[in-house]
Design a protein around this ligand. Structure first.
Ligand code: ADP
Ligand code: MG
Length: 325
């Protein structure tokens, strides 16, 4: 199979909506941005051995490549619409490509996003997805909008994905019969992140700041604080405890995974205290739990994140993931 047959077979057959004036097949896609909206764009590359373990399933790789981009769109409070795919593969393996395309199409259909173009080359396995979405005029969410006195919230149960990765990387860990269900749950949280697009849309009208958590809760909260020129107080006893993490890891390890583990793709956001009931409403209407984990401080607090346990400050040394650290 040559490059053009490959593209046509696996990536060329999508039916485009009316908003795609030109899709796969021409030199570039042409997309219709409706009046009253802005175009939101993001790109994320995932590399074998770095963002996913060697010999991962093609379906899991495809899922991750698109999901991490959907998560960026979610963090902006935007509606995902279109994506392009740059696929670098070591060889043409039809069963691999079939599984990859099926999983990609499955997730794309779930979020109503359309593949409108891409690039296919030979080389070490890595995948880039560039995603585009729409957001109402001047109403996107940012990392930089947090204000002193805001409450800090996180969706879901951070740490679960990192727990799942630990289980994948350490098959020698002894898992009892009773722990199997928790182990599978955590592994699935790592392999199939669920982008919080609906939550992001619901938060857009009232959240002051928002970002997605990909590199660890603590490190990402620091990034939000730096962007907003403020500090934050994190209350460790309020962190959402995952029953599955607790079933497999001891309390210290669970907390470390919660604070420093990556790959959650949950939303971290801040709201004025007067909007608490709106958060509760948003969380219940999209069935994603949101937990208040702390507060934004005045900017003179050194733009730092301080951790407290039952009102006593505790030192947490570990940072989030950094490719170049
Ligand atoms: P060009 O050489 O003009 O960049 P290509 O030969 O690379 O074009 O691609 C031909 C068409 O197929 C283009 O419309 C491109 O967007 C699309 N395409 C290539 N690879 C992919 C892919 N992996 N997924 C989706 N569309 C792709
Ligand atoms: Mg061309």
């Amino acid at each position: 199979m040559n490059e053009f047959e490959l593209i046509a077979r696996y990536f060329g057959s999508s039916h485009h909506g009316a908003d795609v004036l030109l899709g796969v097949g021409d030199d570039a896609a042409v997309l219709d941005v409706p009046a009253g909206y802005k175009l939101v764009a993001a790109v994320d590359t995932i590399v074998e051995g770095i963002h996913f373990p060697l010999n991962s399933n093609a379906g899991d790789i495809a899922w991750r490549a698109l999901a991490v981009n959907l998560s960026d769109i979610a963090a902006m409070g935007a509606i995902p619409k279109w994506f392009t795919l740059s696929l670098c593969i070591p060889q043409v393996d039809e069963s691999w490509l079939k599984e990859f395309a099926e999983s990609l199409n499955h997730l794309a259909a779930q979020f109503n996003v359309q593949l409108v173009g891409g690039d296919t080359v030979k080389g070490p396995l890595n995948i880039s997805v560039q995603i585009m979405g729409l957001v109402e005029q001047d109403q996107w969410l940012t990392r930089s909008g947090a204000k002193a006195g805001d409450l800090v919230y996180v969706s879901g149960a951070p740490g679960e994905a990192a727990g799942g990765l630990q289980l994948l990387l350490h098959p020698e860990l002894q898992i009892s019969q009773g722990e199997q269900v928790h182990s599978s749950y955590l592994i699935n949280r790592f392999l199939k992140p669920q982008p919080r697009v609906e939550l992001g849309r619901l938060l857009r009208p009232f959240a002051n700041a928002c970002m997605d958590v990909s590199d660890g809760l603590l490190g990402d909260l620091r990034k939000l604080c730096a962007a907003s020129e403020c500090g934050a107080m994190l209350r460790l006893e309020q962190l959402p405890r995952s029953a599955s993490l607790a079933a497999i890891f001891d309390e210290d390890r669970s907390e470390q995974l919660m604070l420093c583990g990556g790959d959650d793709y949950e939303l971290l956001f801040t709201v004025a205290p007067s909007n608490i009931s709106q958060v509760t409403q948003a969380a219940s209407s999209c069935a994603v739990p949101c937990t208040c984990i702390g507060m934004i401080n005045q900017s003179n607090e050194l733009r730092d994140v301080k951790c407290f346990r039952n009102n006593h400050e505790v030192h947490v040394s570990v940072n989030g993931f950094d490719h170049f650290a």
